[in-house]
Design a protein around this ligand. Structure first.
Ligand code: FAD
Length: 383
């Protein structure tokens, strides 16, 4: 039997690539390998689960067996971690076991950044970047009331909104001056912050969590500014780091992510990457829209028709319903001038370049309705 196309990872990148490939090639065997339980789910839904009262089973869309049946001529190996890649012999390692591939696709995502936390409560800190993390956090949160979130980025703010909708009291601690500092200009950040505060969320912007100590049934979070925040558990949303270690060890070029060209090829023949782990022509975008475009293009390439990916305009809808928000950050390396209009929860912030061209925007509240019109004026991210 000929060697399969092997995809490492069954997140949105891995499964969507497999589906797109099957539309073009019904014959070539597919092998999907995943370190997790292989259930298909939509990761963006994780930060809506408490408000909708859905546990991990409720957010799961299909078991791995059902995915394999649907994809046909496909095996999904779950709870199986790839431990090494041997590009010279077109094989990879699962511990002692060698698996040969025709083509190999890295869709192994990004891992959560973990900050070291002192104190005897450190085991009550939960990172959350996949369905299994969500299941663990939900189990730990059952019957509890107060959640401290580490990080005021997109994920931290979404969970703050969602956990309050699920009946929790939420505080956020983050060493920055505003929420979503890498995404939003100050006025839009203030609108989101005010929205979260209107739900009762308390923000500690500036300090970090120094120590987490058990105090009977609860925890005391000692912040670096001397504040002590009583809480029942801690959700860590301090950031993600693309997985590059195995690729680097195999001699593939890596930078922030696994470096690939517009055809999603790594520096080694027959090895490709997409999704959170991939740096496509210099862009490492940890969102769904880019990976969907990559899945369609790479499916064509794997089916024998080399195809370059292009990215159009990619605005991000942030799931903070208390303050509707859509943001299209300026393209990498382009620096413009932000101007802001509006007040309170309704902010229109536009970023213009030196020629007066629109480079990006952040819209909150009623201004979100302008997104379609503005998208038409924005430059494509990878034309
Ligand atoms: C809470 C949350 C909300 C989000 N909301 C949005 C949103 O609203 N809009 C948006 O565009 N984006 C959103 N994102 C980002 C988006 O969901 C991700 O960009 C996307 O899901 C990444 O998919 P992926 O397949 O690349 O990685 P992952 O889903 O992380 O999948 C990685 C896979 O690789 C496997 N794996 C890793 N290492 C190994 C190994 N060594 N061996 C075998 N298998 C391995 C894992 O088990 C897993 O199956 C959100 C992210 C989070 C966390």
């Amino acid at each position: 039997m000929s060697a399969p196309v092997v995809i490492i990872g069954t997140g949105l990148a891995g499964y969507n690539l497999a589906k797109e490939f099957r539309k073009l090639d019904a014959e070539t065997p597919l092998l999907l390998i995943t370190a997790d339980d292989g259930r298909s789910y939509s990761k963006p839904m994780l930060s809506t689960g408490f408000g909708k009262d859905k546990d991990a089973d409720g957010l799961s869309m299909a078991e791995p067996g059902a995915m394999a049946d649907q994809l046909k001529n496909t095996e999904v190996r779950t709870h199986t971690r790839v431990s090494g890649i041997d590009p010279g012999h077109k094989r990879l390692w699962l511990g002692e076991e060698a698996v040969e591939y025709r083509d190999l696709v890295l869709a192994w995502g990004a891992e959560t950044v973990r900050v070291p936390i002192a104190g005897d409560g450190a085991d009550a800190v939960f990172p959350l970047n996949d369905l299994e993390d969500y299941a663990r956090f939900r189990t730990a949160a059952a019957g509890k009331r107060r959640v401290l979130i580490l990080g005021a980025g997109l994920i931290g703010c979404e969970f703050a909104n969602d956990l309050t909708a699920g009946g929790y009291e939420v505080e956020i601690v983050a060493p920055c001056e505003q929420v979503m500092p890498t995404l939003l200009p100050a006025a839009a950040a203030s609108a989101v912050q005010a929205g979260l505060e209107s739900l009762g969320v308390r923000l500690h912007l500036g300090p970090v969590l120094n120590r987490l100590e058990r105090n009977g049934e609860t925890l005391d979070a000692h912040l670096s500014d001397g504040t002590v925040v009583p809480c029942d558990l801690v959700l860590s949303a301090v950031g993600l780091r693309p997985r590059i270690d195995l690729a680097s060890a195999a001699g593939l070029q890596v930078n922030r992510g696994v470096v690939v060209d517009r055809e999603l090829r790594t520096s080694h023949a027959n090895i490709y990457a997409l999704g959170d782990c991939a740096e496509v022509d210099g862009l490492n975008l940890l969102y769904v829209m880019p990976l969907m475009g990559c899945a369609r293009a790479l499916a064509q390439t794997l089916a024998g028709k080399p195809t370059a990916v292009s990215y159009g305009v990619m605005p991000v809808m942030v799931k903070t319903p208390v303050c509707p928000l859509v943001v299209a950050p300026p393209p990498l390396g382009k620096h413009g001038q932000w101007t802001t209009e509006g007040q309170g929860g309704d902010i229109r912030a536009l970023c213009h370049g030196t020629e007066g061209e629109l480079l990006g925007y952040a819209l909150t509240g009623t201004y979100v309705a302008e997104k379609m019109a503005l998208n038409k004026q924005l430059p494509a991210l990878l034309p």
